[in-house]
Design a protein around this ligand. Sequence first.
Ligand SMILES: [Zn+2]
Length: 395
Amino acid sequence: MSEILSTATLMTHVRKLAEEIGPRPAGHLAEMRARQYIRQELGALGYDEIETLPFLTPDTWGYALGNPLALTLVGNLLGTRSRMGKLLGGVAALGCAYTLWRSTRIDKQPLAELSPRRQSATLIARVPSTEEPRRTLVLLAHTDSNKHRLSFHPRLKKYILGVTTVALGAMTGNGVAQLVEALSGCRGAARFRKASLGAVLAGLLIALGDEIGPYVPGANDNASAVACVLGLAAQLRQQPLRHTEVWLAFTGAEEVGCLGAHALLDAYGERLRDAWFLDFEMVGTKEVAYVTRHTGFSLLSTYRPDAESLAWAERVSRRHPEMGVQGREMVIGEEIGALRVRGYRGVCLSGFGPDGWLENWHQTSDNVAHIVPAGLEKAARFAWAMIQDLDAGGI
Ligand SMILES: [Zn+2]
């Protein structure tokens, strides 16, 4: 067994990112410092060509959630007086519901761009194959961390998907009600418009309340993932693959809508059309799984890995029962969502806690003290087994 993927080495990366650099909001200096650290580590391993893909990002997903809700509200207020205003307000509410739904399934969210934006970037290092390349594999780990959010409190988190779904329903209903009211003057529609507006306002208040917490250290989310991919970068140096070119992608701004993964596809979508993607999320826990079904962030936002990637993970799981990594359906939204919605392959390795949820998810308790080093090592070794299986032409 390789020493490179030992707990000691992996934990060094986690400590550096989550303790020394600390919370890493998208587009802030600390996120850039995380990229500097990754560059330095890759440089020490002999990776001298590291590409930076810059892009602009908001620093919180609050805009992706709050902007459509606020615009729906404004549309209603402006539209109350005239028929034309109601027609426009109705169309605006439906458009806002659509963009919010897009962001719950990790698609691009154009309304989030109506917010202050900062510079973020995705780092890419490439590991060529020793012989003729037959496939490309992209390993994904995000560098940024999220805020402490009240809605993710262990007692409240089970309501998240319901609340966003109600918000989507309220916005859609509100839009339809405004159109019906404008066209027919129906009183029932007017009453429904007012009731749905209450739900939109409640959603906006929840979104605002969720913004007041501090940014978290992100030891699990997602220093654990960066540590795994840096470990695998070292492993690949020692034992390069024969027929698989590997891209190591350290994405920025995942926590605000997977912007770093979208930037990667915007730049290299054609080249990566047939690539394999393996994403790492919050793997610093005792238990690790490959995700068979992701909820996204509403009850209408489910996505799944593609059949081939799922078969790949299943095969490696069967061959290595001693690792104890199995398939699992999870409440999660991450970069595989961005890939799947754009028609790419992809599967996610994720940790989970005793309650089956992501552990210390968007809570200040997401710190180094709560990382299970053995779980981190398990994730890295399982990923290495998957990588070797792919290179051996298992598929
Ligand atoms: Zn994450």
